[in-house]
Design a protein around this ligand. Structure first.
Ligand code: GLU
Length: 303
């Protein structure tokens, strides 16, 4: 299959959709991004990397970072984290507080904000520098030492993160944080504010297409752990539209409000798409359409 040609075709196909939807502006630092941009990159499990459009332009990875913090915690201490966070779809928005109280401070899954705060908290205990650990992993796996935090976005999140602060305090009130609220929030905001391109993220996600095997050939996750991260991405990775995403794309995926989405074809490749304008559930409109097109035309899906 001529992947390069396919990606060029997909970029042309989604062009009419570019700018459809709304750029996230609840974090002021994100609102300034031009909505009509689009990039797609595919990293083959054991081979080359392809890309089309703005595939080498860095953007704010936001919630995509949650996949990597979870993977780091699982790689270091296995299943212990599942005592503090469930792995069921939430059926509520990613920043909802209601369910957290109703369920006694145990978040529904690691990819909504409350669950990600618990994972970051645990990573902070294990490493004393959670955001630094996520950054180091992403640099190594992408092969790009320039991956770093957009300080402007991090500061903007911190200044406007009232909901995340409420969640962190609620978690602490139930005894589900090990570190001070401010410390956990700082590391969470910093991991969300990392800037990467589609090429960087396709490469960084490649271990999930390789049964957990990292770029240096070592086992970062076990095959079973890699399968489970992919499973949680499939069921909980695209906000309150995971059912629709599974229906249209048929792959494990994780989106972020910066407009990026990573997706994994186990055994074959990892993919990253980016286009900043979001649909009503917070997923990139052109990004989902591009992934839909990709799996429809290649037949590469988990179903
Ligand atoms: N930093 C964002 C927040 O906590 C991440 C949201 C997202 O990408 O889902 O609100």
């Amino acid at each position: 299959m001529d992947i390069q040609r396919l990606l060029d075709d997909i970029a042309a196909t989604v062009e009419p959709l570019l700018g459809e939807g709304h750029v996230a502006d609840y974090i002021p630092g994100l609102g300034a991004v031009a909505p009509g941009q689009f990039g797609i990159s595919v990293a083959m499990a054991d081979g080359p990397v392809y890309g089309a459009g703005d595939w080498q332009r860095p953007f704010s990875i936001q919630s995509i970072s949650k996949v990597f913090s979870l993977a780091l915690v699982l790689s270091r201490e296995g299943d212990a984290i599942w005592r503090r966070v469930f792995r069921e779809p939430s059926g509520t928005p990613f920043n909802s507080l209601v369910q957290l109280e109703a369920e006694n401070g145990i978040p529904r899954n690691p990819f909504i904000n409350a669950g990600a705060l618990v994972v970051t908290d645990r990573l902070q205990t294990l490493t004393r520098d959670a955001a630094g650990a996520v950054t180091a992993l992403l640099r190594t796996e992408s092969g790009n030492p320039a991956v770093g935090v957009d300080e402007r976005v991090a500061a903007s999140e911190a200044a406007n993160g009232h909901r995340n602060a409420s969640m962190a305090h609620m978690l602490a009130s139930y005894g589900n944080l090990e570190n001070p609220v401010d410390e956990v929030l700082e590391h969470y905001f910093r991991q969300c504010a990392l800037e990467m391109s589609c090429a960087d993220l396709a490469l960084a996600s490649r271990f999930l297409a390789r049964n957990g095997v990292a770029s240096d050939g070592t086992a970062f996750l076990s095959p079973s752990q890699s399968k489970r991260v992919n499973a949680v991405m499939l069921t909980c990775g695209t906000y309150d539209a995971a059912g629709e995403f599974a229906y249209r794309v048929g792959l494990p995926g994780k989106s972020g409000v910066g407009g990026g989405i990573i997706a994994v074809v186990p055994g074959k490749c990892s993919i990253c798409v980016w286009s900043p304008a979001l649909g009503p559930n917070g997923n990139s409109v052109a990004g989902v359409a591009a992934l839909d097109e990709f799996t429809t035309r290649t037949g590469w899906s988990v179903f």
